[in-house]
Design a protein around this ligand. Structure first.
Ligand SMILES: [Fe+2]
Ligand SMILES: [Fe+2]
Length: 333
């Protein structure tokens, strides 16, 4: 078990004496033609860019062999470049077996309890009353596909970017969609909950988490919306006489969940359930992203993050204490 301070807790000037995972690695040339390595190094909290210059001890021995997924021992300090944290490397070496570190030490994990989250998902699935939808969901969320679904992150960085992040994100949306179905009786609850469960399901093939979080070739070429729709359509074909109206409406939820054509949805939301799912997805993603930014970007003595381009603003931490929630507490009654 790796014991070292979180990279996100370090301030400019603090010394670094850490094992770190190589998340990017490229050989580049300086203006004077000297080789250096442009790296991205990280632990389970954050990743930082770092340049490894040719005069640093260890450069020659790892220059040609270092690959993404390697673990390195770095001595140096936290620095800053154009307002962002950067690691200044004084010394570097590859980790060895006797260091007793593994890649899983560097993969961030959901703060929620996995067993509880799995239980929440499966018991909500059992409450789907439409027999065609219930059968469809049981067939889809099974075996190896279910294991992948409960493991993959929901994204690389912006929101729920950690192991079991997709499951955590999906449960939040289910909860919001159930609440909206309580408020608006016109919403078809079964249809909406199935849309929530399936909307990002294609991420099981779009993202990989070993040795680092990365998009797969299939993910880059097809995207998770198309992958989800293809899997769901194929599974609908296996259920005799699956109603056409139900098929089209569930596929519409998956296809429209990102809300806008310029946000990779081929159609905009056109039903009550689709507009609800779009906003539930946005709400879950943005609140999680703000939480991560506040946790990782705000250092002691400040209450503002730098300008976050994806949010279009800098973000403020007011410092007023919230009620702490036990990670073992269930979201569902
Ligand atoms: Fe999505
Ligand atoms: Fe989503």
């Amino acid at each position: 078990m790796l014991k070292q301070s979180d990279l996100s807790s370090l301030n400019k000037g603090d010394s670094v004496d850490h094992f770190l995972l190589v998340k990017k690695c490229e050989i580049r040339l300086t203006k004077s033609g000297k080789e250096y390595l442009s790296l991205e190094l990280g632990d389970k909290t954050i990743s930082c860019p770092s340049n490894l210059w040719d005069d640093v001890p260890g450069f020659q021995s790892i220059k040609n062999s270092l690959v993404v997924g390697d673990i390195v021992k770095v001595n140096g300090s936290m620095d800053e470049y154009q307002g962002s944290a950067q690691i200044k490397i004084d010394k570097i070496r590859l980790s060895k077996q006797s260091d007793n570190v593994s890649n899983t030490d560097f993969l961030p994990k959901s703060p929620r309890d996995l067993k509880i989250m799995k239980g929440e998902f499966l018991s909500r699935l059992e409450k789907i009353s439409d027999k065609n939808l219930h059968q469809l969901m049981k067939n889809i969320f099974a075996d190896e596909r279910f294991e992948k679904f409960v493991t993959v992150p929901a994204g690389k960085m912006w929101h729920h970017g950690y192991i079991s992040g997709l499951l955590e994100h999906t449960l939040e949306i289910i909860k919001i969609c159930d609440l909206m179905s309580d408020i608006h009786s016109e919403i078809n609850r079964d249809l909406l909950i199935c849309g929530a469960m399936l909307h990002d399901f294609g991420k099981i093939e779009e993202l990989t988490y070993e040795p680092v979080f990365e998009y797969t070739e299939r993910g880059k070429l097809l995207g998770h919306i198309v992958i989800s729709a293809m899997i769901v359509n194929e599974e609908m074909n296996k259920i005799p006489e699956f109603p056409e109206n139900l098929r089209n409406n569930l596929l519409h939820l998956i296809l429209s969940h990102q809300g806008k054509l310029e946000q990779a949805s081929p159609v905009v939301p056109k039903t009550l359930e689709a507009i609800t799912l779009y906003h539930a997805d946005e709400l879950s993603a943005k609140v999680n992203a703000y939480k991560n930014v506040i946790n990782n970007e705000i250092k002691s003595g400040t209450s503002w993050t730098k300008f976050i381009s994806l949010a279009g603003t800098d973000i403020h931490s007011h410092g007023i204490k919230s009620q702490s929630v036990d990670s073992k507490q269930t979201l569902f009654d």
